[in-house]
Design a protein around this ligand. Structure first.
Ligand code: 13P
Length: 255
């Protein structure tokens, strides 16, 4: 049985004050009923982690970060290591988001190294995969997604997803208002699970695979209602507590 999960990726948004307000609204409203059936995670920018962590303390809402360095320490200006994030109470780290891959030069290899470092620090990586519109239109969706997953097997071995979450985020659906249809998303999620199952059956059956890309309160129930869609990684709709909580509620109803 997989507990549904809804994670908010706040990206580069908010101020100290608004991050605390958003986290407080989510933590105070989410407790009754919803949080028993769905794991709720928020991922603020790293300089807001300490204050958001203080707000979430003693609540069931978990804290995540948006990236981590593959290295533990040393001459890596501008980076933050997994063990540093763990000190702030981060239980999750998003790895390989398409914005990191397309704008900041993250490669399959560097994402896999980050994934490995995060898992070694006792944090759960949320490993992002997804194809561009070009990839999809040229029939390469699964080749791209499988090469992204394969990088983790290469770095970490057959059980590379044993303590991980995967997020399928078609690049063409991120921030565009264009969502994959539930059937399109389910098809890829099922193939992701099959690909992992070929290496490790048990991991595959326990693996939570989140959908990300313009998920909102109107489409969440139908997407999360699909058998291999175990929740969502939410961008824009995670910045309004009412919308985010409505998605959490839709996920809890599937539990
Ligand atoms: P949107 O929900 O804004 O499309 O963003 C999705 C995403 O990138 C989550 O990581």
């Amino acid at each position: 049985m997989r507990t549904p999960m809804v994670a908010g990726n706040w990206k580069l948004n908010g101020s100290r004050e608004s991050a605390v307000t958003l986290a407080s609204e989510i933590a105070s409203t989410s407790v009754a009923g919803i949080a028993d059936n769905v794991e709720i995670v928020v991922c603020p920018v790293s300089v807001h982690l300490a204050e958001v962590s203080a707000v979430l303390k003693s609540t069931s809402v978990k804290l995540g970060a948006q990236n981590a360095c593959a290295e533990e320490k040393g001459a890596f200006t501008g980076e933050v290591s997994a063990s540093m994030l763990a000190e702030f109470g981060c239980e999750y780290v998003i790895i390989g988001h398409s914005e990191r891959r397309s704008l900041f030069g993250d490669t399959n290899e560097s994402c896999a190294a980050r994934h490995k470092a995060v898992a070694a620090a006792g944090i759960t990586p949320i490993f992002c995969v997804g194809e561009t519109l070009d990839d999809r239109e040229s029939g390469n969706t699964m080749a791209v997604v499988e090469s992204q997953l394969q990088s983790v097997f290469d770095a970490c071995g057959d059980n590379g997803f044993a303590s991980a979450v995967v997020a399928y985020e078609p690049v063409w659906a991120i921030g565009t208002g264009k969502t994959a249809t539930p059937d399109q998303a389910q098809e890829v999620h099922a193939q992701i699970r099959d690909f992992v199952a070929a290496r490790d059956q048990q991991t595959a059956s326990l693996l939570r695979i989140l959908y990300g890309g313009s998920m909102n309160p109107r489409n969440a129930a139908e997407l999360i209602g699909k058998p291999d869609i175990d929740g969502g990684l939410i961008g824009g709709a995670a910045l309004k507590s009412a919308d985010f909580l409505a998605i959490c509620q839709a996920a809890a109803a599937q539990a």
